[in-house]
Ligand binder design. Structure first.
Ligand code: SF4
Length: 210
């Protein structure tokens, strides 16, 4: 499928926020994005409601007893690892970045628990910077089904998409694809019959019925 028509059609259908996570500061967004690994945005938003009341600055995360942090974020899953990441990244930004979240892909991916996907989301949503395309499970599945990539790892898919998608759309592309992946092109029971890409999508189940 032509990337221009994919973006045009998705733009007509959805007007998603820059991120589906609730946050006020770049630190909030970083913590929420770390928590969102293998967890739904809804659950993260429930957890951060309590967490952000206790922690506003990096030093708050450093000072919060480990057991207390584990208790709060436990519903997000893999809570021991996520606690380690949050404590670790708070320490690094305190010591090396004047307690601020850094603004480059290189520095961000140097923080514990922050990969290219998380960094791309933070850069776009918090700093309006486009240095990559965040590839999550929805972006991955939809890109494959629409024939935008033949690859199966997020790293390689991101490279394919960065060649195809005009740079001005890199940030928005993630939330547009997530919206369609949640509403129509779901992992199971996709709704090809109700999909705008029904006739052109190489994976459309309607075409194969003909
Ligand atoms: S036609 Fe079907 S497989 Fe293709 S994008 Fe739409 S829902 Fe997904």
């Amino acid at each position: 499928m032509k990337i221009e028509s994919v973006i045009k059609e998705l733009d007509k259908l959805y007007d998603p926020p820059k991120s589906f996570l609730n946050w006020k500061t770049p630190l909030d967004l970083t913590v929420a994005t770390v928590l969102s690994a293998q967890c739904t945005d809804e659950r993260v938003n429930m957890v951060t409601k309590e967490l952000f009341k206790k922690c506003r600055k990096a030093q708050d995360y450093i000072d919060l007893p480990q057991k207390e942090l584990e208790r709060i974020i436990r519903p997000c899953g893999t809570f021991r690892v996520k606690t380690k990441y949050i404590k670790g990244l708070s320490k690094i930004i305190s010591e090396q970045h004047k307690a601020q979240i850094p603004k480059t892909m290189e520095e961000l991916t140097g923080l514990p628990g922050v990969g290219r996907k998380t960094a791309a989301i933070i850069l776009y949503a918090a700093f309006n910077k486009l240095e990559g395309i965040a590839v999550d499970t929805h972006v991955m599945r939809l890109s494959q089904r629409l024939g935008l990539t033949k690859n199966s790892t997020p790293e390689k898919i991101e490279k394919d998409l960065m060649k195809l998608v005009p740079k001005k759309h890199w940030g928005r592309f993630n939330t547009l694809m997530i919206s369609h992946g949640r509403e129509v092109c779901t992992a199971k029971n996709r709704k090809c019959r109700n999909c705008v890409f029904m006739s052109d999508c190489p994976s459309s189940e309607i075409k194969s019925e003909k």
